[in-house]
Design a protein around this ligand. Structure first.
Ligand code: ADP
Ligand code: ADP
Length: 226
């Protein structure tokens, strides 16, 4: 089944066409990556899916329902942006619980139970009382992911979550993100400019150029025919 569909989606800023007539279908549980050089429209596509952009044209559907024009809080998405910024004056647990400010946790559990579940999911059990600056960059980024996952969204949107990390940490976090994603089976759209990373982590990759995908394929297909 299709989790998410873009049909003829465009976004212009004045003279600049950031997203140019993009049509895509992402399957339920799929790890789908938008990859391409800076300025090719990845972030704007992701922001459009999240509901942060007013489209210049086109339609976005979640599970067959038209959500074009629906604000972010009306879409069932968790979002982690590049500059993730946890709240520095809050503990890790408080940061994650912030994700429950506007929605109840799934499964009828309490907020505290949900935070405990998520700390376990991101391998930071028992670290809820720490302050963000006591964590490594990779750990902080996992907390940002937990915050986004707290209300149990259907779709997880990640924009260059590794970009602030050094190469070794990126590789570790990449594996952890993949693990979290498969454990939950959550439909995930991931943005990166790093082709190697995209091919390592994804079920399918959309190779973007000048505002639109020029190829949508599995890593296996892309390796075979570069
Ligand atoms: P990417 O994420 O692939 O780097 P973006 O989606 O950020 O690409 O940007 C695509 C194009 O749209 C770029 O030319 C960028 O400068 C432009 N753009 C993005 N956001 C804005 C904005 N808010 N105002 C004007 N131009 C923008
Ligand atoms: P990316 O790393 O994805 O290329 P950028 O650093 O280009 O992201 O953009 C960061 C933010 O600035 C985004 O919210 C984007 O919409 C906005 N932005 C990008 N280009 C422009 C622009 N030319 N004018 C105004 N805002 C922009």
């Amino acid at each position: 089944p299709i989790a998410l569909e873009l049909e003829g989606v465009s976004k212009r800023y004045g003279e600049t066409t950031a997203v140019d007539d993009v049509s895509l279908a992402v399957r339920e549980g799929e790890f789908f990556t938008l990859v391409g050089p800076s300025g090719c429209g990845k972030t704007t596509t992701l922001r459009s899916i999240a509901g942060f952009e007013t489209l210049s044209g086109g339609t976005i559907r979640f599970g067959g329902t038209d959500v074009t024009g629906v604000p972010p809080e009306g879409r069932d998405v968790g979002v982690v942006f590049q500059n993730y910024a946890l709240f520095p004056h809050m503990t890790v647990a408080e940061n994650i619980a912030y994700g429950l400010k506007f929605a109840d946790p799934p499964g009828g559990v309490s907020d505290d139970q949900r935070v405990t579940e998520l700390l376990e999911l991101i391998d930071l059990e028992g670290m809820g009382d720490r302050e963000p600056d006591q964590l490594s960059g990779g750990q902080q980024q996992r907390v940002a992911i937990a915050r986004a996952l707290a209300p149990g969204p259907d779709v997880l949107l990640l924009d260059e979550p590794m970009s602030a990390l050094d190469a070794r940490l990126r590789e570790r976090l990449r594996l952890q993100v993949k693990e979290i994603q498969s454990e939950l089976g959550i439909t995930t759209i991931y943005v990166t400019h790093d082709q190697e990373e995209a091919l390592a982590i994804s079920d399918r990759v959309a190779v973007m150029n000048a505002g639109a995908p020029e190829q949508v394929a599995t890593p296996r297909e892309i390796y075979r025919r570069p």
